[in-house]
Design a protein around this ligand. Structure first.
Ligand code: NAD
Ligand code: MG
Length: 389
């Protein structure tokens, strides 16, 4: 059987390394032609030596020489920079591009891969937050598959297999993060260390902060809207602290399907890579007696304003989700550098949205320009805020 050929973008991250675990477990089914990282030269080199891809891309050009020299004795091609990654996804032999980059930097490689007829396994939700309509139009136009890796979206996707009837509603489950049930007073002084401790998942820093602030669920609402072509009214968020039910679809007859399992990203990663098949693996199996109680709560949108901002941005359309996403990326970075407080992140996003006028009918370059401008505005706001304090 011909092996499925993969490009794994962001191979050194949380999703990227778990994707390579899946590839390693099914070495007879997959091969990897491209891997990439922003900064982590050492891990990237190690991965290159193990998986022997055709091309290795290091985004931060100052690490180029290190990677190039370490792989000089091999026939692996080493390239550097964001443009090199957009080039690399075009390779003829690639069947599926797994995008595990964090942030809006994932947008251009996704778009180019779709244009070149590659199926996409998408972890990089920011691609759909920034310009979901444009990306899904391209998916249709080029007849490729958009396979969700995000656990909630994989759950919905799995519930829809074999269902010809439309969706009435979806319920995205949210763990609620480490500060579930807290009020604003308690949230005022939370540290990055406590925000980085997620109760159920071990993930990259940005998505872990997004989970604590509920922005992650906001991004996922937007991601779901575009992936499954839904109206906002068809999307609900329910807090489910055990993270066992990964999401739920309700059909027109009132019947509901939920996808369950232990919280382990390797499962949705594997499904995206093997769809429509399921490969046998030895991941730990679920035990009902370990989870005697599955509980559900309403999210607190007044305390966790980011989720409200996401619904609002989606409702308003135009450039709003792109602006919100860019401001959030800058705000999270600033929070991680102790420049702003946990609650200050929502202030930065809200202010950035106020500073930038809404615009419609954007093309890819327009979205990239809005993303850049929003980052600059958010950065200036943070600098001003720092001077005030
Ligand atoms: P991470 O920070 O662990 O890894 C990010 C990867 O992207 C690294 O390989 C890094 O080198 C690369 N990268 C960073 N900045 C880049 C840039 N500007 N250009 C190109 N590459 C860059 O992040 P992660 O937790 O693996 O998350 C990756 C994506 O998957 C995010 O969009 C996240 O929301 C999504 N996701 C992650 C999880 C999870 O469990 N980690 C679950 C669901 C969805
Ligand atoms: Mg998720």
């Amino acid at each position: 059987m011909k092996k499925k050929n993969l490009a794994i973008l962001g191979s050194t991250g949380s999703i990227g390394t778990q994707a390579l675990d899946v590839v390693r477990a099914f070495a007879d089914r997959f091969e990897v032609s491209v891997i990439s990282a922003y900064n982590s030269a050492e891990l990237l080199i190690q991965q290159a030596l193990e998986f022997k891809p055709k091309v290795v891309v290091i985004i931060n050009e100052s690490n180029y020489t290190t990677v190039k020299e370490a792989l000089a004795h091999t026939d692996i091609q080493v390239t550097a920079g964001a443009e090199a990654l957009v080039e690399a996804v075009q390779l003829e032999e690639i069947d599926v591009v797994l995008n595990a980059i964090v942030g809006s930097a994932g947008l251009r490689p996704t778009v180019r891969a779709i244009e070149k007829g590659k199926d996409i396994a998408l972890a990089n939700k920011e691609t759909l937050v920034v310009s979901g309509e444009l990306v899904m139009d391209l998916v249709k136009k080029h007849g490729v598959r958009m396979l969700p890796v995000d656990s909630e979206h994989s759950a919905i996707f799995q519930c829809l297999v074999g269902e010809p009837s439309p969706i009435e509603k979806i319920y995205l489950t949210a763990s609620g993060g480490p500060f579930r049930g807290w009020d604003r007073g308690r949230l005022e002084n939370v540290t990055k260390e406590s925000a980085l401790k997620h109760p159920n998942w071990s993930m990259g820093a940005k998505i872990t902060i997004d989970s604590a602030s509920l922005m992650n669920k906001g991004l996922e609402v937007i991601e779901a809207k575009w992936l499954f072509d839904l109206d906002i009214e068809q999307i609900d968020v329910v807090v489910h602290p055990q993270s066992v039910i990964h999401s739920i679809v309700q059909f027109q007859d009132g019947s509901m399907k939920a996808q369950m399992g232990l919280p382990d990203m390797k499962l949705p990663i594997q499904y995206a890579l093997t769809y429509p098949e399921r490969y046998k693996n030895n991941f730990r199996r679920f035990d009902f007696l370990e989870y005697a109680n599955l509980t559900f709560e309403k999210p607190d949108l007044d305390t966790f304003r980011n989720l409200k901002l996401a619904f609002q941005s989606l409702r308003e359309g135009g450039n709003r989700c792109c602006v919100m996403n860019a401001a959030n990326e800058v705000a999270v970075e600033a929070f991680l550098h102790d420049e702003i407080s946990f609650l200050g992140m929502s202030d930065v996003i809200e202010e950035t949205l106020c500073h930038i006028k809404n615009t419609n009918n954007l093309n890819l370059d327009d979205y990239i320009a809005v993303d850049l401008e929003s980052r600059k505005v958010a950065r200036d706001l943070i600098n001003k805020f720092k001077l005030k304090n």
